[in-house]
Every structure is written in C-alpha cells, then in structure tokens.
Design a protein around this ligand. Structure first.
Ligand code: B1M
Length: 211
C-alpha cells in the first residue's frame, strides 16, 4: 500500500532522499507513475505553494521543496518518457521569458515523450527571439509555452508578436499552459491550444496536428 500523503509530506519537508526512496518503492510496487505524480508529488509541491502564498513558508523552504520534487521526478522520468509509439510529431517547448518555473513543463515533456513525441526543451526564461530561432530552424508542428506567474503571462503575447513579425506564426501551432493560465485567456491571446495538465497537453497536441 503506497502512502501518497507521506510522499507529499516529503516534498513539503524538502526531503529529497525520502521522496526518491518512496517514489522508487512505489514504482517497485507497480503503482502507475501518473498516480505517484498526481496523488503524491504534485499535492506536496502545491501545498508548499499555498503555505508560501499565505506567508507560512519562505523562499528557501519553497526552493528545497522544489528540489525534492525534481529529485523524485528524475526517478519517474524513464517510466513516463518510455514509449513504443512511433514518432507522433515534433514539438519545441520552453518556459517563457522572466519565468524560472520548470517542474510543470518538465512533466509535460515527459508525458509527450511517453506518447511518442520528439520534444526539444528550450529550458526556462526563454526570450521570444529564441522561440523564433527554434521555430525557424527546426521542423516542429507544435510550439509549447509554459507560464507560471501572472506577470510572465505577458511574455506569451510577446512571443506571439515576435513570431508574427518574423513571418513564422502560420508555420506552427501554439500550445500554452501553467497554473495561472486559463482556457479563455489562451483563446483571447490567440494560441491554438491550452492544456490544464500534462495529460491534456498530450491530447491537445494530438488534436492540433490532426487539424
Ligand atoms: Co514560485 N510561484 N515563485 N517558485 N511557485 C508560484 C507559481 C506561486 C503561485 C506561489 C504562491 O505565491 N502561492 C507564485 C505566483 C503568484 C502569481 O504570479 N500570481 C510564485 C512566486 C510569487 C514566485 C517568486 C516570484 C517568489 C519570489 O521570488 N518572491 C519566484 C519567481 C521566480 C521566477 O520565475 N522569476 C518563484 C520561485 C519559485 C521556486 C524557484 C522556488 C520554485 C520553482 C522551481 C522550479 O520550477 N524548478 C517555485 C515553485 C515550486 C512554485 C510552486 C509552489 C509550484 C509550481 C509547480 O511546480 N507546480 C507555485 C505554486 C503553485 O503552482 N500552486 C509557485 C506543480 C506543477 C506540476 O504544476 O507548474 O502548474 P504546474 O504545471 C502543470 C499544469 O499547469 C500544466 O501541466 C503541468 C503538469 O500537470 N502545464 C502545462 C504547465 N505548463 C504547461 C505547458 C503546456 C501545457 C500544460 O503546454 C505547452
């Protein structure tokens, strides 16, 4: 029996070794990697965010929780990215300019890879010009942008503007996601698809390439 609450508590405590050990044990017990992620790890990091939001956690505590989360995700990565599916398409993804959050983006990447996508990861704090350069160079069907701060949501708009200015907008489908992003906002700003979580990101990517 896997104790998801304990797994989440290890994230909250910033206990990377404990989080890794429990993640490994859960995999050995044949628990689905998605359940380990969404029932154990994600509630832990979200709770850390809530405590930070109400002033009970400070930045160092948030940082160690994020490190524990990333450490546990390293254990899950081979499971989530493993695929027997032939290439579904090519996708390039980054966290937008000014934003350093990459946990959600990395989960989206793992799940896309696990579903047969070839994904190029541009990392975090990606300038509009670097998104443009990637689109110009690679033969991608989807450009994905992750934004976790209300302030950096504007960078999505800046990137779209830069793509249009470079004559690249019509070459690629745009997908966006991240905690503050909503479907309505995504439609308004002119992206083609929105994923509320990694599973939805995969189905949206598939739907966009079928269109
Ligand atoms: Co920051 N942070 N943080 N943080 N952080 C938030 C986002 C915040 C909500 C916390 C809070 O106040 N309650 C708040 C934002 C408030 C706002 O904008 N309204 C905040 C703040 C304020 C900040 C700083 C400004 C704090 C400071 O310095 N004073 C600072 C900003 C730094 C910067 O980016 N310039 C900062 C820093 C950090 C850390 C470095 C400590 C760390 C990030 C470490 C890392 O990513 N490597 C961190 C963390 C961990 C968080 C919280 C706690 C957790 C984020 C996360 O990983 N969630 C977060 C609180 C929260 O989100 N509840 C918070 C788990 C992850 C699985 O979910 O990222 O939403 P998520 O991804 C999901 C979906 O959104 C979706 O799928 C993913 C998987 O299911 N998705 C996509 C994501 N991208 C997608 C792309 C797609 C499709 C779907 O298509 C392309």
């Amino acid at each position: 029996m896997v104790d998801f609450a304990r797994l989440g508590q290890n994230i909250l405590d910033g206990n990377a070794a404990g989080a890794k050990e429990l993640t490994r044990a859960a995999l050995e017990a044949k628990v689905a990697p998605q359940d380990i992620l969404y029932k154990g790890l994600v509630p832990g990091i979200r709770k850390a965010g809530d405590l930070f939001g109400c002033g009970q956690f400070f930045l160092p505590e948030l940082l160690v929780a994020a490190k524990a989360m990333s450490a546990a995700m390293e254990i899950l990565e081979p499971e989530l990215s493993r695929t027997n599916v032939p290439s579904a398409g090519k996708c390039v993804i980054g966290t937008v300019k000014g934003d350093l959050h990459d946990i959600g983006k990395n989960i989206v990447i793992m799940m896309l890879r696990g579903n047969g996508w070839q994904v190029t990861d541009l990392g975090v704090d990606v300038e509009p010009k670097d998104f443009c350069a990637a689109v110009a160079k690679g033969n991608f069907q989807i450009l994905g942008m992750s934004a976790l701060l209300t302030t950096t949501m504007a960078s999505v708009g800046e990137t779209i503007k830069a793509l249009k200015a470079a004559g690249l907008r019509d070459r690629i489908k745009l997908m966006v996601g991240g905690a503050p992003v909503t479907r309505e906002w995504a439609e308004k700003i002119g992206v083609d698809g929105y994923g509320s979580d990694a599973a939805e990101a995969v189905s949206v990517a598939e739907a966009l390439t079928r269109k």
